[in-house]
Design a protein around this ligand. Structure first.
Ligand code: PMP
Length: 402
């Protein structure tokens, strides 16, 4: 007998599971539009040339493999703050408390754990996520003891953001609820609020005493411009609110498996930021002690050196531009074929994903009959498309929606 007798097998993770199913598939036409990792026009994995260069430099130096401090590389703090916040009042006034985290997921998880431990007990523990959102958000906040609710986001009929419904829900959410927002390039819909809508969101959050937690995993991917993609975050900063930020370098540095990101808290004073940092550290110490060193060194080096920074910025622009191209090629292919429905939303959406509007049944048919791996909610990663497989994918979508 086994003490594990009563345990039933869990289903595979819906996102990471598609990558495994794709690997196991032997059909020569198979296409992976599941997981959000960049691929080149040739369908190959991609290491940013500037990352490869710094990697070599670091290897040549044979740096030590000692433990980092609990909050990571000291030099990462200011450079990652500057990237995201710009040289704003909070940055200049040392009001941002920052720790290096295990990529975006780790930053969210540390943030959730910190909030559970340290927000006032009578504030409830409710988190509002966009409907829909990245699949892991719910599990992360549930794991830290929060109740999870949603605010409306995607309007299926009009294939756009349902801003009125979103603002209405935020207006009537219990005060001190935590509102998770995607900083840019919303996953999975690829649709962000306009600048004017962001101002309304900030206002309602402020008026209703809500707590923003901004998840930014695609800075540079939405518009190709780092500052433009930080608009919403900088708006929150200038509003004077205190808030939380998870910053991932998985996509915009292509450092997925290195697990490097930052968790930031913007506080009302430098003194509060210092005290808060002292209490984030014990949270981290009990979970994983301290972060991995290698990816952090790469990011620190690139962000600290103007020449490397310029190279990175250009390479990121090129990546974003290729994704823009495949968007219009996909839409153009569907329109040329006369595939029923409107495909205009594909080019209106931004970032790595398109929320195609395909139903669960249609998405399953894409996978089962056409060997095109995607999420069953209709989300495809555009990074997996290229000139060779677009005609095949167009044919498959055409078949599945007819
Ligand atoms: N948030 C969102 C919205 C994401 O799409 C992702 C990546 N899929 C993440 C956070 C975190 O990813 P990672 O932990 O690899 O940085």
């Amino acid at each position: 007998s086994s003490m594990f007798e009563h345990i039933v097998e869990a289903p595979p993770d819906p996102i990471l599971g598609t990558a495994l199913a794709y690997k196991a598939d032997t059909n020569p036409n198979k296409v992976n539009l599941g997981v959000g990792a960049y691929r080149t026009e040739e369908g190959a994995t991609y290491v940013f040339p500037v990352v490869a260069k710094v990697d070599k430099e670091l290897a040549a130096q044979t740096l030590d493999k000692e433990y980092l401090p609990i909050d990571g590389l000291p030099g990462l703090k200011k450079v990652t703050q500057k990237l995201l916040f710009g040289e704003c009042a909070a940055y200049r006034g040392d009001r941002i408390c920052s720790i290096q985290a295990l990529s975006g997921t780790g930053a969210l998880r540390v943030g959730a754990e910190f909030m559970n431990r340290h927000l006032p007990q009578d504030w409830g523990r409710t988190v509002y996520l966009s409907d829909p959102t990245w699949g892991n958000h719910k599990q992360i906040f549930l794991a830290a003891g929060f109740a999870v609710k949603t605010y409306p986001y995607w309007d299926q009929a009009r294939r756009c953001v349902d801003m009125d419904a979103m603002l209405h829900t935020l207006k009537f959410a219990p005060k001190h609820s935590i509102i998770v927002l995607h900083g840019c390039a919303h996953n999975p819909t690829g649709l962000d609020p306009t600048k004017d809508e962001w101002q309304q969101i900030v206002q309602v959050i402020k008026d209703n005493n809500l707590i923003p937690f901004i998840d930014t995993a695609y800075q540079g991917y939405a518009s190709g411009d780092l500052d433009e993609d930080a608009y919403s975050l900088r708006l929150f900063e200038s509003s004077g609110l205190e808030f939380f930020v998870a910053q991932s370098f998985a996509k915009n540095f292509g450092l997925y498996g290195e697990r490097v990101g930052m968790f930031h808290i913007v506080a009302s004073s430098a003194e509060r930021a210092k005290v808060v940092l002292s209490q984030v550290k014990p949270v981290v110490r009990a979970m994983y002690s301290n972060p991995p060193v290698h990816g952090g060194r790469i990011v620190e080096r690139i962000l600290s050196d103007p020449t490397l920074f310029a190279e990175w910025q250009q390479q990121l622009k090129d990546v974003a531009a290729r994704i823009h191209r495949v968007r219009s090629d996909l839409r153009g292919g569907l329109e040329a074929k006369g595939t029923p429905g409107s495909w205009e939303h594909i080019t209106r959406q931004i970032g790595m994903f398109s929320y195609t509007g395909l139903s669960v049944a249609q998405s399953e048919r894409m996978i089962d009959q056409w060997h095109i791996y995607m999420l069953k909610n209709g989300r495809i990663s555009l990074a997996g498309l290229n000139h060779k497989n677009i005609p095949y994918v167009v044919g498959a979508i055409d078949d599945c929606v007819r």
